[in-house]
Design a protein around this ligand. Structure first.
Ligand code: HEM
Ligand code: CU
Length: 539
């Protein structure tokens, strides 16, 4: 028997596919979520590649304008509702959170399983919508166009409505779990910062998601019964829709980024071997972002006809919400300062995050400035900005998190050599894809156009080639991660020499997580006081 890798663990006990589909084990639910969202990422990525291929050269090369509208809408809707919202909380959070606080499971295991099944149901409705004519409104479903187009708006918005419940269920579960199930000795300020981030995220999930749900229901009713809430032809107000939509969707961008920031804190501390600088500031800045994030939605409507006074207030509040993010960046940099940094794959993604998320965040401040936004609104500058935040932020952290917890999930290491190659390709490809879009956008290239004047040709071509480099990185990653199931060397309990509780149990963990109740005696990132040896030969 392999002493480093327990023969009996949550992966093979109990056996059989039914024991997976109806499992109440948070680790298995996390793994099932991971598989589901990775498939969603693949599908959304295929639509993105199609969009980029059309834009490789000026002219209508591959498809009609109408088809193009469907392609970017499906890309955006899948990436947002099926991939990025559940990505870190429901997959990595589900797996890691109970382990990190020393619990046996989440507070409501059945609700957790229900969350996954509701996600699957929502996904099936979304896939049905693709075949039932797709959607061409953009992922935002703006009225009045969304009440008039003949595409499958009703079923796609209903899919998003259903998916909302899976997100709310996860949020409720995490809030109660954090309040009730922490191990003895784990006070609030001994919680790992990833747990703080998931807790702040859960507050937004529970408070904001119902607003989107109601808004989409109203949209469905508007289409079915022509009530006249949003459509001006029926006496409705389309800007009202935008207010409702962004009242959810701005907080939702923090559902997307806060968990990524939580992973960042874990990676930076572990791989720099230092206590996080300003732990309480980092913890409270997550909560601050969650709360202030509710007050800035109007920055999406600077050009939609809202009062000048309102726009000025929203602009100022937008600057305000930048501060807690900046606090985090500052504290991570300070943590790295004079640390003993080791550049393994998870850490590379943390460094990418520091570069790309900072660009995304700062360009958000440009867009939050009222006068600048009037020029940049609905251009490729916006497309570049939100990809630097969502992909350069959340996805980089997510990839760092996968590589960090992979050995815990499956008990095996992946090829570090190929891991680094893929990381470099993803970084180069990402910047190659999206950096030119800042330049084009500032020069006036509008968003959501399938054709353009030849002047933008070079930059669009560079952007498309960038997307191919990124794709190569992802293909390599998929290969070595899958290969690790057979070839990976056993990781042991603690390959990174990390200090939080999940590394004290076996890899993979037993079904009940810990053989005896863990008791917390030190902080989660006390690397300057305690040395935890790596269980990996030669590290
Ligand atoms: C991984 C995370 C990603 C997320 C969350 C994301 C999200 C989005 C969203 C929300 C939109 C707006 C859709 C709309 O206008 O209705 C969009 C547009 C777009 N995305 Fe992504 N995306 C991601 C990755 C990618 C990748 C990898 C590529 C390139 C290979 C890409 C290329 C594009 C393009 C070309 C557009 C269309 C821009 C336009 O014509 O308006 N995206 N994305
Ligand atoms: Cu916003």
């Amino acid at each position: 028997m392999d002493t480093l890798r327990p023969a009996q663990n949550y992966l093979n006990e109990p056996r059989g596919w039914k024991s997976w589909l109806f499992t109440l084990d948070h680790k298995r639910i996390g793994i099932m979520y991971l598989a589901a969202i990775l498939l969603a990422f693949l599908l959304g990525g295929i639509f993105a590649l199609i969009v980029r291929l059309e834009l490789l050269r000026p002219g209508a090369d591959l498809m009609s304008a109408d088809t193009y509208n469907k392609m970017f809408t499906l890309h955006g809707a899948i990436m947002i509702f099926l991939f990025i919202i559940p990505s870190i909380p429901a997959a990595l959070g589900n797996f890691a959170l109970p382990l990190m606080i020393g619990a046996r499971d989440v507070a409501f295991p059945r609700l957790n399983l229900a969350s996954w099944w509701v996600y699957v149901a929502g996904t099936i409705i979304a896939l049905y919508s693709i075949f039932a004519g797709a959607v061409d409104t953009g992922w935002t479903f703006y009225t009045p166009y969304s009440t008039q187009t003949t595409t499958a708006v009703i079923s796609m918005t209903f899919a998003a409505f259903v998916l909302g419940f899976s997100s709310i269920f996860t949020g409720i579960n995490f809030i109660v779990t954090v309040h009730k199930l922490r191990a003895p000795g784990m006070t609030w300020f001994k919680m790992p910062l990833f747990v703080w981030a998931l807790y702040a995220t859960a507050i937004i999930q529970v408070l904001a998601t119902p607003v989107l749900g109601i808004t989409l229901l109203l949209l469905i009713f508007e289409r079915l019964f022509a009530i006249g809430i949003f459509d001006p032809a029926m006496g409705g107000d389309p800007v009202l829709y935008q207010h409702f939509f962004w009242f959810y969707s701005h907080p939702a961008v923090y559902i997307m980024i806060l968990p990524g920031m939580g992973i960042m804190s874990e990676l930076v501390a572990t791989f720099a071997r230092k206590t996080i600088f300003g732990y309480r500031f980092v913890a409270f800045s997550s909560v601050a972002i969650a709360l202030i994030g509710f007050l800035v939605w109007g920055h999406h409507m600077f050009t939609s006809g809202q009062s000048e006074a309102a726009s000025m207030v929203f602009s100022a509040l937008t600057f305000l919400v930048g501060i807690p993010s900046a606090v985090k960046i500052f504290n991570w940099l300070t943590t790295l300062y004079k640390g003993q940094i080791s550049f393994e794959t998870p850490m590379l993604y943390a460094l990418w995050f520091l570069c790309t998320f900072t660009i995304g965040g700062l360009t958000g401040i440009f867009l939050g400035a009222l006068v600048v936004d009037v020029h940049l609104h609905d251009t490729y500058f916006v497309v570049a900005h939100f990809h630097y935040v969502m992909m350069g932020g959340t996805v980089m952290a997510f990839l760092g998190g996968i590589h960090y917890w992979w050995p815990k999930m499956f008990g095996r290491m992946y090829s570090e050599f190929w891991g680094r190659i893929a990381a470099v390709l993803v970084f180069v490809g990402f910047n190659g894809t999206f950096f030119p879009q800042f330049v084009m956008g500032a020069q006036g290239m509008p968003r959501r156009y399938f054709d353009y004047v030849p002047e933008y040709g070079t930059m669009h071509a560079a952007s498309t080639v960038g997307s191919w480099i990124m794709t190569l990185g992802f293909l390599i990653m998929a290969t070595y991660l899958i290969a690790s199931f057979w070839r990976g060397k056993p990781a042991g309990n603690n390959p990174w020499g990390a200090l939080s509780l999940e590394w004290t149990t076996t890899s993979p963990p037993p079904p009940h997580n810990f053989d005896s109740q863990p008791v917390v005696t030190h902080g989660p990132h006390d690397y300057d006081k305690i040395i935890a040896p790596s269980t990996l030969a030669g590290r």
